[in-house]
Design a protein around this ligand. Structure first.
Ligand SMILES: [Mg+2]
Length: 285
């Protein structure tokens, strides 16, 4: 593994040394699964399950932390199958869906979820009017239970439609007491007060993490990146990894310790991590 600076190499070595206490948090789309035109077809990278199964017994815990509903991530990642295998090894796989609002673990094997936010139903009723006003009437409306996501990827002018609809959605979301999460050609509207930063903090506390690696690729991962930096200031070894697909937001690469090339790069890093943990920390000196 090539590291950009000696500091990052040292941070990585600290994670390897702390492997039994290490929690590995991974975003799904663009990080574990290649970005595809049709989000319902975004399947996990074919090499990921085997690799995660190899990593699981070496670390404290592995979690998929995604904006998708937990059930969707479970299906697209075959994560219930992986979870059962991880459980057999005496470890736990966690899936945090909808930015941490939903939790599934391979131990409980059910999705724990709060009630849909107040104001979401009335906001959703307003969506067709908002999209028409934005000239994006045919945007794909994904009802996620606790949120609604508006996708412009399959429209004729995806970027223009996105830019026109964003301010209208922000204004309406504010009126309904909801918060807005822009992503890549998708805007998600959901309850305020939850984001991936709180999700990774909760995970670290629940698993009593002594070290943390997080990888993500989009604006929804920024809070998690910031939280890992905060953990590091508190003395916990962390590594912030940006999965760069070439069109991701710049702020991610700026906040990351390490930038890797998409899901292939993330899996390459994890493969190296498995090998280095197995070899022992002394070999990295
Ligand atoms: Mg992503």
């Amino acid at each position: 593994m090539e590291f950009p600076t000696p500091e990052v190499a040292a941070q990585y070595a600290d994670l390897v040394a702390a492997a039994p206490d290490l929690v590995v948090g991974l975003d799904f789309d663009g990080t574990l699964a290649p970005i595809v035109e049709d989000p319902t077809q975004a399947h996990i990278h074919p090499d990921a399950p085997e690799l995660l199964l190899e990593l699981a017994p070496l670390v404290r815990g592995i979690a998929v932390v995604t904006g998708r509903p937990a059930r969707q991530a479970l299906a697209l990642g075959d994560l219930d199958v992986l979870g059962a295998q991880v459980a057999e090894l005496g470890r736990e796989l966690t899936v945090l869906g909808q930015y941490g609002n939903e939790r599934w673990t391979s131990t409980e094997r059910r999705v724990v979820s709060p009630r849909p936010p107040h104001g979401l139903a009335s906001f959703v009723r307003e969506v067709p009017t908002l999209l028409r006003r934005a000239g994006a009437a045919d945007a794909y409306v994904e009802l996620k239970g606790l949120a609604v996501a508006l996708h412009t990827r399959r429209l004729e002018d995806p970027r223009g439609s996105f830019a026109r609809m964003l301010p209208l959605l922000e204004d309406a979301a504010q009126r309904h007491g909801l918060s807005v999460e822009p992503g890549r050609l998708v805007v998600e509207v959901r309850a305020p007060g939850m984001h991936k930063g709180l999700a990774v903090r909760g995970l670290a506390e629940r698993l009593d993490a002594g070290a943390f690696l997080f990888a993500g690729d989009d604006l929804g991962d920024v809070e998690a990146f910031n939280e890992l930096h905060a953990m590091r200031e508190e003395g916990t070894p962390t590594l912030v990894v940006c999965s760069d697909g070439g069109d991701g937001p710049e702020v991610l690469t700026e906040l990351a310790d390490l930038v890797v090339e998409g899901p292939d790069g993330v899996l390459g890093l994890l493969r190296g991590l498995v090998e280095d943990i197995k070899a022992g920390p002394s070999t990295l000196a």
